[in-house]
Design a binder for this molecule. Structure first.
Ligand SMILES: Nc1ncnc2c1ncn2[C@@H]1O[C@H](COP(=O)(O)OP(=O)(O)OP(=O)(O)O)[C@@H](O)[C@H]1O
Ligand SMILES: [Mg+2]
Length: 460
């Protein structure tokens, strides 16, 4: 059964401990309502955003420092926005400040610096915030929730909705760590399997869960009085709306809340679909987002090699191995089959290669990445499925064995930038090499990037 069965939400202190061992947790392929939140790529690999997001957190060890500036669009241009440079300046209660420092946070990240004053301001302000994965969004609103609640009031005041069971547990873990010196603030998990008696009012000030269960708790079971919720947080909106049903449930929860409830929405991306969803849920919002034009990669040298076929690509790749001193490389293929083929052939050439493929479970993938991060393997072959959210600092060479294309078969600039962005983290020098066949030769010109240079690798 679920780890928190019965224990959470009982009114007692939630001494919930979560290890990164998710093997006993149910697979997150389907949501609590049986909906499917994966989508399939043309090559038959499943892109499960929630799994990717979880994986990312399992392997990440620290904050991703963001080179990009954020853009802050204020709802009320009259009130001057102050930014905090230290956590002290937020005037948190000492217990909470102690909790923040106990997590090893010395100063706010860029998104936190902008978002925290808005989230803590009086009168309450709504916020839509976008910042890349790992830049401290979740930590930011956990702090805001802990700071917002009145511990003397023994009823739910903050409601936080997250796309899956596992992600909800992770947020809870942050709240528990950060709030460990605030013993009067209690937390309940509104996730499937956490069975509650109908009509018994929850006493916890913070409730974190998935949309289906939270909706049930507000309506069917009446454990939460939505009219008393004064802070509503939607985390990972981009992941959330990839799940059919989650969006509708979130909108239904939102409708139960009062107009005075503070609405906060977070996302790592800002596609149109996320944006539309955000605007439905969060009226009159302050907006914080990454500035697009700064997502350039000027420290990365980008090349392409035109090849006749796969075999020639392979030869070119082997020549690259010889001519470059590689710290660590990632090679992207279009299909699983190609990735497997390439891995086998590179191994035959005596290269030590790891294969990260969509067939692996989340835990297995985390293990492969962990080995790679620790340098046990120097080269990682992978497909599109794994191309996002993997942060390994020491990658200096990214090879696109196949160019990234979208569903229509056009060059996919966004994925391209994500991929090659892995090679030049923190302003370090990196290289990206694209293997293109004559058909893709046309596509490479469609890529929204500059400094792309054609090179010829001798096919010896
Ligand atoms: N101010 C800070 N100083 C140091 N570490 C931090 C700070 N804020 C957050 N972290 C750490 O950085 C990591 C990423 O933070 P967090 O999970 O909040 O990012 P996120 O933006 O929510 O990421 P995602 O988009 O993947 O959900 C966590 O390990 C967190 O503990
Ligand atoms: Mg997060």
């Amino acid at each position: 059964g679920p780890a928190c069965g019965g224990r959470c939400g009982s009114g007692a202190a939630t001494s919930f401990t979560l290890t990164s061992n998710f093997s006993s947790a149910p697979k997150c392929n389907t949501g609590p309502d049986g909906t499917d939140h994966g989508s399939w790529t043309k090559e038959g690999d499943r892109v499960d955003l929630a799994e990717q997001s979880l994986l990312n957190k399992l392997i990440r060890r620290s904050l991703v420092w963001n080179r990009n500036r954020v853009e802050v669009l204020q709802r009320d241009p009259v009130s001057p926005l102050f930014s905090v440079k230290t956590f002290e300046e937020l005037r948190l209660v000492p217990e909470l400040l102690k909790g923040v420092y106990s997590m090893g946070f010395n100063r706010p990240s860029r998104i936190q610096e902008s978002a925290l004053p808005m989230m803590l301001a009086q009168p309450l302000q709504n916020l839509i915030a976008q910042s890349q994965s790992g830049t401290g969004k979740t930590a930011a609103f956990c702090l805001a929730m802990l700071s917002h609640v009145k511990p003397a009031n023994m009823w739910p005041q903050c409601l936080c909705v997250s796309p899956t069971y596992e992600l909800a547990l992770q947020i809870g873990q942050v709240v528990e760590q950060m709030g460990k010196f605030c013993p009067d603030v209690k937390l309940a998990y509104g996730v499937r399997g956490n069975r509650m008696e109908r009509g018994v009012k929850l006493q916890e000030q913070i409730v974190i869960g998935t949309p289906g269960t939270i909706l049930d708790w507000c309506t069917k079971y009446k454990l939460i009085d939505p009219k008393k919720i004064s802070m509503f947080v939607l985390d990972e909106a981009d992941v959330m709306i990839a799940t059919q049903g989650h969006r509708d449930q979130s909108i239904r929860i939102h409708r139960l809340l009062t107009k005075n409830c503070q609405m906060l929405l977070f996302s790592a991306t800002f596609e149109d679909s996320v944006w539309k969803f955000a605007e439905t849920i969060v009226p009159d919002a302050n907006i914080i987002r990454l500035k697009r034009e700064e997502e350039t990669l000027d420290t990365i040298k980008q090349f392409y090699v035109v090849c006749k076929d796969e075999q020639e690509k392979f030869t070119a790749l082997c020549n690259l191995y010889a001519s470059l001193t590689i710290a660590q490389a990632m090679i992207f293929c279009h299909t699983r089959k190609m990735a497997a083929w390439l891995t086998t052939n590179l191994s035959k050439e005596g290269h030590q290669v790891a294969l990260l493929s969509g067939e692996l479970t989340v835990e297995q993938r985390a293990a492969v990445i962990e080995r790679y991060r620790n340098g046990k393997e120097k080269v990682l072959v992978t497909t599109n499925v794994c191309s996002r959210g993997i942060d390994v600092e020491q990658v200096t060479l990214v090879v696109n064995f196949d160019l990234p294309v979208d569903m229509e078969g056009n060059a996919d600039s966004e994925t391209y930038l994500h991929r090659i962005g892995r090679a030049g983290r923190f302003g370090r020098r990196g290289f990206a090499v694209n293997m293109v066949d004559s058909q893709q030769n046309r596509k490479i010109k469609q890529l929204d990037t500059n400094n792309l240079e054609e090179v010829e690798l001798l096919m010896s």
